[in-house]
Ligand binder design. Structure first.
Ligand SMILES: Nc1ncnc2c1ncn2[C@@H]1O[C@H](COP(=O)(O)OP(=O)(O)O)[C@@H](O)[C@H]1O
Ligand SMILES: [Mg+2]
Length: 297
């Protein structure tokens, strides 16, 4: 079965480039004893190859649940989602792992590195698990670490690296299989603002190299880097809009914030919320943008 490609035929037979991520009416219900938690109620959207998307929303709105589905780390309760053209909702555990290994790199808020393990080993392990020889794993791990600017830190353990460097190791680990898609859940959440912006600069590079990026954040300064911003609320998509600032960072602040505001397609106001104001976040420091009216994010 060779569906492992972004190019396919739609149901009506037309040839086109299909989305690398296609989510349809995805739900996830956690059963907690007697209660059901509807973490995702019905989420649908699609992501084209090379897009840079931010997912925002209040704590508990379902962001991590959604990312865990997209990252093939967990299964939905119902609905369908395609990753790289492959229907993922009903894959066996092994096929899920294969798909994850070939398509997805995942970056976590808390880095999730192994203690007492060198950068080279951390990054080489996914390859090694996938059956690549130790020598080849090390070679590719070194290349991935060089790609994130850590070519001179191969033998360092997490405790010998700064937070920003640890997150770069995690990004190198996400990149080592050459995935088309990188998913990051609050990747700057544990970093100071300077280190956070360095990580975002790295994400910009990955985006420029054609990687599809989906980044969960509650920081509008982070979301402003993306080309498109999806807002979740209570397990549903509240808003899905283009962010023109994310496509041209060189724009000056004034016209830029206006153009972002005009970019709102899905009228947050129509949903009776003040989320449209988030649009100005791109032109503001992250802390200001996430304060005030926006603290519910
Ligand atoms: N493993 C779990 N078991 C039960 N409930 C969960 C689990 N993970 C998340 N939830 C619940 O699902 C909802 C969405 O959580 P989450 O996806 O982590 O939100 P976010 O990342 O946006 O903060 C929350 O109400 C949370 O308490
Ligand atoms: Mg979360």
């Amino acid at each position: 079965m060779n569906q492992n490609t972004a190019h396919s035929h739609s149901e009506d037979g037309a040839s086109h480039t299909s989305p690398v991520i296609l989510v349809k009416e995805l739900t996830k219900t956690y059963i907690m004893g007697e209660t059901e938690v509807h973490a995702l109620r019905s989420v649908s959207f699609s992501v084209n190859a090379g897009e840079y998307i931010a997912i925002i929303g209040a704590s508990g709105s379902g962001k991590s649940t959604l990312m865990n589905m997209l990252g093939l780390l967990d299964r939905p309760t119902s609905g369908s989602y395609r990753i790289g053209g492959v229907e993922a909702a009903e894959l066996s555990k092994d096929r899920m792992a294969d798909l994850r290994n070939t398509q997805i790199g995942f970056v976590f808020q808390r880095f999730n590195l192994l203690a007492r393990t060198t950068a080279l080993k951390q990054v080489g392990l996914p390859l090694f698990y996938a059956g690549v020889s130790g020598r080849e794993s090390a070679k590719r791990a070194a290349a991935a670490l060089a790609r994130v600017g850590l070519g001179d830190r191969l033998d360092h353990r997490p405790e010998e690296l700064s937070g920003g460097q640890q997150q770069r190791v995690a990004v190198a680990r996400a990149l080592v299989n050459n995935p088309g898609i990188v998913l990051a859940d609050e990747p700057t959440g544990a970093l100071d603002s300077h280190t956070g912006s360095e990580l975002l600069a790295l994400f910009d590079e990955l985006h420029a190299q054609g990687i599809t990026l989906v980044v969960v954040t509650h920081d509008m300064g982070v979301a402003a880097r993306a080309q498109r911003i999806i807002t979740l609320r209570d397990g549903e998509v509240l808003e899905d809009r283009a962010n023109f600032a994310g496509q041209n960072e060189a724009l000056p602040a004034g016209p830029l914030s206006a153009s972002i505001a005009n970019g709102a397609q899905n009228g947050a106001a129509a949903h009776g919320s003040n989320h449209a104001q988030l649009a100005v976040g791109a032109a503001m420091p992250a802390t200001a943008a996430t304060g005030g009216n926006h603290e519910d994010l």
